[in-house]
Design a protein around this ligand. Structure first.
Ligand code: HEC
Ligand code: HEC
Ligand code: HEC
Length: 489
């Protein structure tokens, strides 16, 4: 599962370089009116590589292209579990034999923006080329320079990706691209500020927030227009609504709260980042320059509100302090087999109260967060509470690790069953969160296995007739579209 991905954090050399260079400059230098000298070729090259490195961090290339087992940066082999099977990322170090060492800049551009490998084969959209399609030529050039000149080549074989039929036909992606891939790099909207445009470019293209936060259509392409970024199930997790709706979106968040969340993953009394969002904070967002964070916020706040009708209060506003009754306190200490029939209250007391406190309000220093006034318990889906229990929380911010143990099958603390997680979650929603939510053990089973399969995967299961029908359908849609485009001009 992607939430187990703990990619070694890249040391951010750019800031070190900037600080270092800044320190070397005598203070009087800036004040004096020195004539501007053209930078030497070497300086320009170094700036270009530093920019490429910053872009690689903003685009989070390392997160998917580094195997958490071997921890060799960009050497590939990281397994992405899709409903169609496991897709392995490939070696993008400049190794001539195993990586992209022989890629020309044009071939690199084709892979990153169009999803086409040097040998002409199609990449699966597990590589977010549909978002990177909007990268500017300058940014692709800087990325290429960084990968070719500053990334250490690693001679590691690629692992083979073998999806089930019909998804093993990579050529199918040709049709998908024709339908859904937008061509052309990001175009500034002159009616908006420079900050807004920078924010949109970061959100839609570099940081590819929509890959997780935008709902998808039946063909698994991101929905566009007003639906964009309005929240989506993501495997076992749920990536919440980022539009400006006051109840189900970010409308009740201040700019400061948003900045704090993106840079640290923790806003006490509001939300914590776990799972895939913890990875985005750990590997990418915390390293962004402050003005890029501000630009992201400016853009997010301009998104038209999309309301989820079931949401009756802001997601971060539910719940109050409520003590576990003394009758259950300490009746089932941790680590001793907890019975299946135990009440949610007793389970909470034995598995959670030691950190989140008997009243659910966490510790005074907020290190252990409150479970009320928390979007994981106040939204309109139980996914993030259940996933936090099943997979725990792991994040690294400014060199400090934030950790909650998991209560899944490989738990070091206590493996909880689907029945127990359902009882516990129902207790937490009643006491501290959105009391309208109700969880069944069957729902926990589905999330444990990685979430609901999209319709496309269900109808096109291994070698099913549905699969064949689907291929025919895709070809038909493509042919019809092409014919229409031709007849239009
Ligand atoms: C969300 C995960 C993810 C992110 C982020 C990501 N990639 Fe990929 N990338 C993949 C996967 C998976 C593949 C292989 C897909 C396949 O086999 O069809 C891939 C393939 C590639 C390839 C093709 C190499 C080859 O010959 O096989 C290149 C080049 C590449 N990525 C570059 C990048 C760069 C540069 C970035 C950052 C700007 C990046 N990727 C970010 C998942 C990712
Ligand atoms: C790899 C998938 C992924 C990417 C990329 C991603 N997010 Fe998230 N995001 C999530 C998930 C999942 C959550 C829920 C985390 C939790 O509650 O523990 C989340 C939570 C959030 C929240 C908190 C919302 C709430 O109601 O609690 C904000 C704000 C947010 N993301 C903004 C962003 C922005 C802005 C970007 C791009 C710069 C981004 N995310 C990129 C998956 C992702
Ligand atoms: C050993 C201490 C510890 C225990 C035990 C513990 N937690 Fe946590 N919990 C944490 C920490 C630390 C965080 C993350 C705080 C942060 O992100 O800053 C956290 C975060 C959470 C979150 C927010 C996650 C999100 O995605 O927004 C929820 C919900 C949660 N815990 C529920 C529980 C439940 C339910 C239990 C009992 C099954 C439990 N915790 C047991 C320490 C603990």
């Amino acid at each position: 599962m992607s939430n187990r991905r703990v990619v070694r954090k890249l040391t951010l050399q750019i800031s070190a370089i900037c600080l270092g260079l800044g320190g070397l400059l005598p203070l009087s230098y800036a004040a004096k009116q020195v004539p501007v000298q053209a930078p030497s070729v070497q300086d320009t090259q170094q700036n270009l590589i530093a920019r490429g490195q910053y872009l690689a961090i903003a685009a989070d290339c390392a997160a998917c292209h580094t195997d958490p087992g071997t921890q060799q940066p960009f050497a590939g082999g990281y397994a992405i579990h899709s409903p169609m099977g496991v897709i392995y990322s490939t070696n993008i170090t400049p190794s001539k034999q195993f990586g992209i060492g022989t890629y020309s800049e044009q071939q690199f551009e084709q892979a990153v923006r169009h999803g086409i490998r040097a040998d002409g084969s199609h990449l699966y959209p597990a590589m977010p080329y549909a978002s990177y399609a909007g990268l500017t030529d300058d940014d692709v050039h800087a990325l290429y320079s960084y990968f070719m000149q500053n990334v250490t080549p690693v001679d590691t074989h690629n692992k083979t990706t073998a999806l089930s039929f019909p998804f093993n036909i990579r050529q199918m992606m040709w049709g998908w691209n024709l339908l859904f891939l937008k061509s052309g790099s990001y175009q500034n909207d002159p009616s908006q500020s420079a900050e807004w445009n920078r924010g949109k470019y970061l959100v839609d293209n570099l940081e590819h927030c929509g890959e997780c936060h935008s709902p998808r259509n039946m063909m698994m392409a991101q929905k566009q227009g007003n639906d964009a970024l309005s929240g989506a199930a993501l495997g076992s997790w749920y990536a919440p609504n980022l539009t400006s709706d006051k109840l189900s979106g970010l409308g009740s968040w201040s700019r400061e709260q948003l900045a704090q969340y993106l840079q640290t993953g923790d806003v006490p009394g509001k939300a914590q980042a776990a799972g895939p969002m913890a990875e985005a904070v750990t590997n990418s967002l915390q390293h962004l320059h402050d003005d890029d964070i501000e630009a992201i916020i400016t853009y997010l706040q301009s998104l038209p509100a999309v309301a989820h009708p079931q949401q009756s209060k802001p997601t971060g506003d539910f719940g109050q302090a409520s003590n576990v009754d003394t009758d259950v306190r300490g009746t089932a200490p941790m680590g001793i087999g907890l019975s299946q029939e135990m009440s949610g209250k007793a389970l909470y007391d034995s598995a959670c109260a030691s950190c989140h406190q008997p009243d659910g309000q966490g510790t005074a220093d907020h290190f252990y967060p409150s479970l009320s006034h928390n979007t994981a318990t106040g939204g309109n889906t139980p996914n993030n509470l259940i996933s936090a229990i099943l997979f725990g929380v792991q994040r690294e911010v400014k060199g400090k690790a934030i950790f909650m143990p998991n209560f899944g099958p490989d738990s070091q603390v206590q493996a909880l069953s689907d029945q127990q997680i359902a009882s516990l979650s129902n207790y937490i929603f009643q006491q501290y969160g959105n009391p309208d939510l109700h969880v069944t053990p069957e729902q926990v089973t589905v999330l444990r296995q990685g979430g609901k399969q999209p319709l496309l995967a269900r109808i096109a299961g291994p070698a099913s007739i549905g699969g064949i029908v689907l291929v025919v359908l895709i070809v038909l849609i493509v042919v019809i579209r092409r014919a229409r485009q031709k007849s239009r001009g």
